[in-house]
Design a protein around this ligand. Structure first.
Ligand SMILES: Cc1cc2nc3c(=O)[nH]c(=O)nc-3n(C[C@H](O)[C@H](O)[C@H](O)COP(=O)(O)OP(=O)(O)OC[C@H]3O[C@@H](n4cnc5c(N)ncnc54)[C@H](O)[C@@H]3O)c2cc1C
Length: 589
């Protein structure tokens, strides 16, 4: 029997052992079938697969054309918009589902599909709790452009939302033994004589074959990296850069329309206003949300930085060279971890004084100083400023001062396959195509003419869940769920020390302080090196501590050091392990 091993790049940990394992789905090409095939292992695809399994699906497979899960979702920086949440209540933020709907419709210039927007808003809090229950830790509430109140929920350590979300979803996918067939590109959706979905033709390193199935969930993301498609739909965007991953080529739209799916709002393509023109690094809107301003090359402000992306992008394009500077101070830097990444990437100018910064960036020192002084006065007065920006908190007076060159780039494709609130894909007549579901950026209608920051993450989780639930129901009603034939084989791989050490051989035990009290850590030293680290008794949260085990322990073993990064979303458990290993290293010195 021929077997194809699809390599999964992610390492998973079994139990609480240090030993890393890789998930290696094994495809028996003689059977090649599943009940549900999810195309794309981004945020929408993984949410859909997990929800389907949680609702009782037993034979779900994800095909992913690249070698790793995440897609554009990994790049998302801000957070997840949700209304009427306990975190908003904790922070005394007055929000409502209706206000969320109103903001989204206004931001989308009222061409959004109101039913989809209503469904997204009303299910946003539940989606947030769902990802948090799985370990995402999106508990800090902030303000993003186009939102009337603080609504974006972000990781508690202010890190970017995408990696946290992808890691969380992927760990649940793996825990549920949902096979992800990496480097496997969906080429075509097959239908039967009645037009119902019956399979997906895929290509991997071994060739092209069909996975027969009852339902398909298209979750292939947008087409922001397909310049040909972008330019055809909007010639004004010719030559623009993109913030998107190379895989965002609109494959799902091509495959869906080929079997009769309707599309909506295809020409609605969003540019992000603050992208570094040379490296295409996107400066998250949180930099502005936390207080940064934008000035032109002469050093003057020209817009409300918290306006919607289309408005801010257009305003920048009217300035000299179609570029501008994002300016902030030390207080903003301290408020946002993402800024450290931009600084270490070497794309931020800095100076101890505003005049010095002006000299660095070639702006007029007097103009920039006057701009900053006026801004500080407005903040101190507590009034909306001359551009209508309100709710300002930081006067931008704390040295050092920073500047980042920005210009708009292609960021989000609002249009895509037409769906209803059950995530069923509709044909030109408005009828559901039997067995075909879609979620995420591949769909259209949720964001209208302009997506608000934080709404895409909500979209992919809310409609990913809807697609998974609907596909599960569809399979139950059309032949029923069957046993999986594409299964995940867990292959243990021992993590080995990569540097020499000189500890005393033996088995040592120590404790660190975790979120649930003491975390017992047991380490074995052999030939002078720590070769295994295992968790003993602990009260850490299921679904979270595994992240710390996966992330921290292999790095300690490889480097024979506790100078390792903690894992976002599992920081306290990470520190508990590090604390205990430091004690063990002292014992074994
Ligand atoms: C730099 C950046 C920052 C962002 N920040 C935010 C933010 O702060 N807040 C917010 O709400 N939104 C943000 N977004 C938008 C948001 O991240 C995306 O809209 C969203 O993550 C899309 O999720 P998805 O699951 O639909 O697609 P993706 O996450 O892109 O996943 C699609 C997957 O499908 C795979 N695929 C594609 N074609 C095929 C095929 N033929 N066969 C098999 N697999 C295929 C891809 O490889 C990919 O893994 C940001 C986007 C970018 C680029």
């Amino acid at each position: 029997m021929k077997k194809i091993i699809a390599l999964a790049l992610s390492a998973v940990m079994m139990l609480s052992m240090f030993t890393a394992c890789s998930s290696e789905p094994t495809v028996d090409t003689n059977s090649k079938s599943a009940d549900i095939v999810v195309i794309g292992a981004g945020g929408a695809g993984m949410s859909a697969a997990i929800q389907a399994v949680q609702n009782g699906a037993t034979n779900v497979v994800i095909v992913e054309k690249t070698g790793m899960a995440g897609g554009n979702t990994t790049r998302s920086t801000g957070g997840l918009n949700a209304s009427e949440t306990t975190f908003q209540e904790r922070d005394k933020i007055e929000d409502s589902n209706q206000l969320f709907i109103d903001d989204t419709m206004k931001g989308g210039k009222n061409i959004n599909n109101p039913e989809l927007v209503k469904y997204m808003a009303e299910n946003s809090a539940e989606a947030l709790y769902w990802v948090n229950d799985m370990g995402a830790d999106l508990t800090v509430v902030g303000l993003f452009g186009g939102a009337s109140v603080k609504r974006i929920h972000r990781p508690s350590d202010t890190s970017a939302v995408g990696p946290v979300l992808v890691k969380t979803l992927l760990s649940v996918v793996e825990k549920n033994n949902i096979p992800v067939l990496y480097n496997t590109k969906a080429e075509e959706i097959i239908t039967d004589a009645n037009g119902a979905v019956s399979g997906v033709k895929v290509t991997d390193a071994e060739g092209t074959y069909t996975i027969n199935c009852k339902a398909v969930i298209i979750a292939t993301g947008g087409f922001g990296a397909n310049s040909e498609m972008v330019e055809k739909l909007n010639p004004n965007l010719k030559g623009f850069g993109t913030t998107n991953v190379a895989a965002a080529t609109g494959d799902g739209i091509t495959m869906g329309t080929a079997i009769g799916a309707a599309t909506v709002d295809m020409e609605q393509i969003q540019t992000h206003p603050t992208v570094h023109p040379e490296t295409q690094t996107m400066y998250t809107e949180a930099v502005r949300g936390n207080g940064a301003i934008i000035v032109n090359k002469e050093g003057a402000r020209f817009t409300n930085e918290m306006g919607t992306r289309d408005v801010v992008s257009a305003a920048i394009l009217e300035q000299t060279d179609g570029q501008a500077w994002l300016i902030f101070d030390e207080a903003v830097r301290k408020s946002l971890k993402a800024i450290e990444g931009y600084i270490s990437a070497g794309i931020v100018f800095q100076s101890e004084t505003i005049e010095g910064l002006a000299a660095e960036i070639g702006a007029d020192p007097a103009t920039l100083s006057a701009t900053m002084a006026k801004f500080a006065d407005d903040v101190k007065a507590g009034n909306a400023d001359e551009f209508g920006r309100a709710g300002l908190e930081l006067p931008l007076t704390e040295a050092n001062f920073y500047a980042c060159m920005v210009a708009p780039a292609i960021h989000h494709t609002m249009g895509g396959l037409k769906i209803n609130t059950a995530a069923e894909v509709l044909n030109e007549e408005g009828n559901a195509i039997a067995g075909l579901f879609a979620a995420g950026e591949v769909t259209g209608g949720v964001h209208g003419a302009n997506r608000l920051g934080g709404n895409a993450v909500t979209d992919i989780v809310v409609f990913g869940k809807a697609a998974g639930a609907s596909a599960c129901d569809y399979v139950a009603a059309n032949g029923g769920h069957t046993e999986a034939t594409i299964v995940v084989e867990k292959v243990e791989e021992t993590v080995k020390p990569e540097v020499e050490a000189n500890f005393k051989d033996g088995t040592y035990t120590a404790v660190g302080t975790g979120i649930g009290g003491d975390v017992e850590v047991i380490a074995e030293v052999k030939d002078g090196e720590i070769v295994s680290i295992t968790l003993g008794q602990h009260g850490e949260t299921e679904g979270i501590f595994e992240g710390a085990v996966d992330g921290v322990i292999p790095e300690i073993i490889k480097g024979q050091t506790t100078e390792v990064d903690t894992v976002s979303g599992a920081t306290i458990t990470s520190n508990a392990i590090i604390e205990a290993v430091e004690d063990i290293m002292d014992q074994a010195a």
